[in-house]
Design a protein around this ligand. Structure first.
Ligand SMILES: [Zn+2]
Length: 450
């Protein structure tokens, strides 16, 4: 028997019945999954067995994981293969190794079993259905492929399951070829990392202005700015610009947009992920509508469980419900936390930049990172303090950028493809970088557009 297409599997107004459940029904479903995770899965992970107070996790309480330590991607790294294995619950080799973050040397990995990938596809099915993908759509798939990236593979799967016409370009196809095919086949929908979609469309339009018009953009991987939305609408005709899934490869899909979601607003996948918004300083739970840092406990990852993971994005849970009728909670994303910048779809954190400075040796370690938006593209400005005379600065800039791009091949690729601006480096005298006037702390990261 053939597998029914996604659209044929839909019963009721939403892709999944859960999306219309009452709060009590949702809570029951969540508690069941949490119990399974806490009782059957986590005890098999030596890492969590040692660190978590498993007996004190009360799945039916409001904050079941409140007593558990918070972990970052860097905390988990030594416990995941290839560096270690004690976070894993089994030695079964049947899983896929994806990379998280574009670094050289030992890859940062995130492991998913085939069954978990099926659940990832469920997220996508729910997200694409909510954001209005139709079987009649003709979709250019521009997601990242190769180098252990996850997105292209499962996006292709979901377009196939939708039964729509799909064009597997990936992020590697030259824009002129994408443009030629898109015009020939009247492709009406582009899907991919925001900057890749935008730049592909821009390049096609530069050669033949007005030649490419589309109806829908399904983006992800990075924030979309209001100016980009306006450009997609006014220059390329896109009436619908939505993110069918927001998430990280280190955690899971965390949210999805429906046709009623404005910029930055998402429905939570709260049957698959337990989300917590915590105060940046105190790590106490924020009230609804209060801004904090997003943390995730994934209820669907059994090979490499993820408990109280610091996603790092700023967010707030909204107290209102969505007009679409889905009862799943809404949250608003408000950019990265204070220690990280998203350049293109590379996340550059302050700690990584500090490690580079240690290698570089000619700066005192005071650094300010700023992200600006210029002509619709990201620009990274690095301000470093140095004792060296001005006559050295040009050489130092060249050497530091070389070091940075060697460590961050994805950033190098974005720059060489023109997706982001080349990095700017400024040299400041020791003690002169701007400080917070109240605390005297160095202003480390500025996200000028969020
Ligand atoms: Zn909605």
């Amino acid at each position: 028997m053939s597998h029914p297409l996604i659209i044929q599997r839909v019963k009721g107004p939403f892709y999944c019945e859960y999306e219309g459940y009452s709060p009590a029904q949702r809570k029951k479903a969540q508690v069941e999954k949490m119990r399974y995770l806490v009782e059957k899965v986590l005890p098999n992970s030596p890492f969590y067995r040692e660190r978590l107070p498993l007996g004190r996790i009360h799945c039916d309480s409001d904050y079941p994981f409140a007593d558990c330590p918070i972990v970052s991607a860097n905390d988990l790294r030594p416990h995941i293969s290839p560096q270690g294995r004690d976070l894993l619950t089994t030695d079964d080799p049947g899983h896929i190794v994806f990379q998280s973050g574009g670094t050289t040397g030992v890859p940062k990995t995130s492991l998913f079993t085939y069954a978990e990938m099926e659940m990832i596809n469920e997220c996508n099915a729910r997200g694409f259905y909510a954001s209005g993908l139709k079987k009649s759509d003709r979709v250019a798939n521009l997601w990242a492929v190769g180098s252990l990236y996850m997105t292209f593979i499962h996006m292709h799967r979901i377009f196939s399951e939708y039964g729509c016409m799909t064009f597997p370009f990936s992020n590697h196809t030259p824009a002129d070829f994408v443009g030629t095919v898109a015009k020939m086949f009247q492709v009406n929908c582009f899907s991919g990392i925001t900057s890749v979609v935008l730049n592909t469309l821009r390049k096609v339009d530069e050669v033949q202005p007005g030649s490419i018009k589309i109806e829908k953009v399904y983006f992800g991987g990075e924030h979309i700015y209001e100016a980009d939305r306006i450009e997609l609408r006014d220059r390329f005709g896109a009436q619908q610009v939505l993110a069918p899934g927001y998430g990280t490869v280190d955690s899971w899909y965390l949210g999805y947009q429906c046709g009623h979601c404005t910029n930055g607003i998402f429905h939570a996948f709260d049957d698959m992920v337990h989300l917590e918004v915590l105060h940046e300083e105190t790590q106490k739970h924020c009230k609804p509508d209060e801004v904090g840092i997003l943390h995730a406990t994934v209820l669907e990852r059994f090979l490499m469980p993820i408990v109280r993971f610091k996603v790092g994005d700023k967010a707030r849970m909204l107290s209102r419900r969505c007009d679409c009728g889905r009862t799943t909670p809404l949250f608003e994303l408000l950019g990265r936390g204070d220690d990280m910048l998203r350049i293109g779809y590379d996340s550059l954190d302050y700690k990584t930049m500090q490690e580079l400075i240690v290698k570089f040796k000619k700066s005192n370690g005071s650094l300010q990172m700023e992200k600006k938006r210029k002509d619709g593209k990201d620009l990274l400005i690095l301000r470093l303090e140095t004792q060296n005379p001005q006559s050295d600065h040009d050489d130092m800039t060249r050497d530091f950028i070389e070091l940075l791009l060697k460590e961050r091949p994805s950033l190098r690729e974005f720059i060489s493809k023109g997706t982001v601006w080349p990095v700017t480096v400024e040299w400041w005298k020791p003690g002169t970088l701007p400080q917070n006037p109240k605390t005297g702390k160095l202003i480390r990261v500025i996200d000028s557009i969020s």
